[in-house]
Design a protein around this ligand. Structure first.
Ligand code: PLP
Length: 373
């Protein structure tokens, strides 16, 4: 029973499917056929996103939005517009793309096997003590990656916590790269879905988001990045970061698929949003079943309340891979060892709520009945 991968399993919902079909159909007629689109994305989709942001009280201009083929490429590529001399801070544990792309770019030193970390990177520990959200670094940083809701810990930053980072970044003209790929899973209205809900964020933050997990687009491929014109960073004029990202995208990317963008447009309609909410509710009920099930046998679990991931402390301080083998052998359940997300993930285990309900229930029953604690 696979509770390992963060891939969606529910089919695409009717009105979004209709949008995708419309995109396909248009390609079959000379009157409606379209080839290359704007590299920055369809203006209608950007307008829908402007509206989405305004509904959560955030004022974003269409020219600040760049539609892409997903959050992963944007998380990976964004570092390329910054100097190789930049000092990078990353949450530990975190989605591995932030570390690995900076390693590939040549911004780090050697991998220290003993510490399980790369030299030259600043790791921000996310532990039980800080509720899995880091404190502001004590040294000068240029690029700060934050992910909320976090993969793998499921922790969500509060307004206060984000404000601290924003104040810090503005103070030293650093940039926050904010990955909000799971923002639609935030059920608690007091928690921010976008970093721009916090004052001052537009002066220092780039936000990356995705249609993957809300609309089931992990295979369709569609995301977006917001690069505000107000960003002020070291050695850069106002608006420059937006211009450079535009130049980067126009040079390396020919725009997201027009079929996918029709699907995205449909997902942002009122009907589409209701369907997305149903998908989110379904996965979040899975998360509840996993959480409650594990807690009922006295396992220590975090996350899963405003995020589709459950971050579990391994019993008896077992190492993550040791627990992986034990869980597989005794219960036939597969999860993800925490160490895969960074050194501070050792001793933890991630379970994903993106599976089918029956499979999740069977997995939890098997853990309850067969795991020898
Ligand atoms: N960001 C985080 C934190 C993720 O966990 C994932 C996928 O699992 C992504 C980005 C990738 O999203 P996309 O499918 O849009 O590339």
């Amino acid at each position: 029973m696979r509770l390992g991968i963060g891939d969606t399993t529910k089919p695409i919902t009717p009105s979004i499917l209709k949008g995708l079909n419309y995109g396909v159909e248009r390609l079959g007629h000379v009157e409606t056929y379209r080839g290359y689109g704007d590299e920055q994305g369809d203006i209608r989709l950007k307008a829908s996103l402007v509206k989405y942001y305004s509904n959560i009280g955030v004022n974003i201009y269409s020219s600040e939005i760049f539609i892409s083929d997903g959050a992963k490429p944007d998380c990976a590529n964004i570092q390329s517009i910054f100097s190789l001399e930049n000092v990078v801070a990353i949450q530990d544990p975190a989605y591995p793309v932030y570390v690995d792309t900076n390693v590939i770019a040549g911004r780090t030193g050697q991998f220290n096997k003993e510490e399980g970390q790369y030299e030259g990177l600043v790791y921000m520990p996310c532990t039980e003590e800080n509720n899995f959200f880091p404190d502001v670094p004590s040294r000068q940083i240029d690029l700060i990656y934050l992910c909320s809701p976090n993969n793998p810990t499921g922790a969500v930053a509060t307004r206060e916590q984000l404000k601290n980072f924003i104040d810090y970044a503005r103070g030293i003209k650093a940039i926050i790269i904010f990955d909000a790929a799971y923002s639609f899973f935030i059920l608690n209205h007091d928690l921010p879905k976008s970093i721009y809900e916090i004052d001052g964020a537009k002066e220092c933050s780039i936000e990356i988001n995705s249609f993957s997990k809300i609309a089931g687009f992990t295979g369709v491929r569609l995301g977006w990045t917001v690069v505000p014109k107000d960003i002020i960073c070291e050695n850069s004029d106002l608006g420059k970061i937006n211009t450079i990202w535009n130049r980067r995208q126009c040079t390396f990317f020919n725009g997201a698929s027009n079929i996918a963008q029709e699907g995205g447009l449909a997902a942002l309609t009122e009907e589409g949003q209701e369907e997305c909410k149903e998908l989110v509710d379904y996965y979040m009920e899975n998360a509840r079943i996993i959480r409650e099930g594990l807690k009922s046998i006295w396992l220590v679990v975090y996350g899963g309340e405003n995020a589709p991931y459950i971050w579990m402390k391994t019993p008896n301080n077992m190492r993550s891979w040791e627990f992986f083998d034990k869980l597989l052998n005794e219960t036939h359940v597969v999860g993800t060892p925490g160490i895969g997300f960074g050194a501070r993930g050792e001793g933890y285990f991630r379970l994903s709520a993106f599976g089918h309900r029956e499979n999740i229930k069977e997995a939890i029953e098997s853990i309850k009945n067969n795991l020898r604690l």
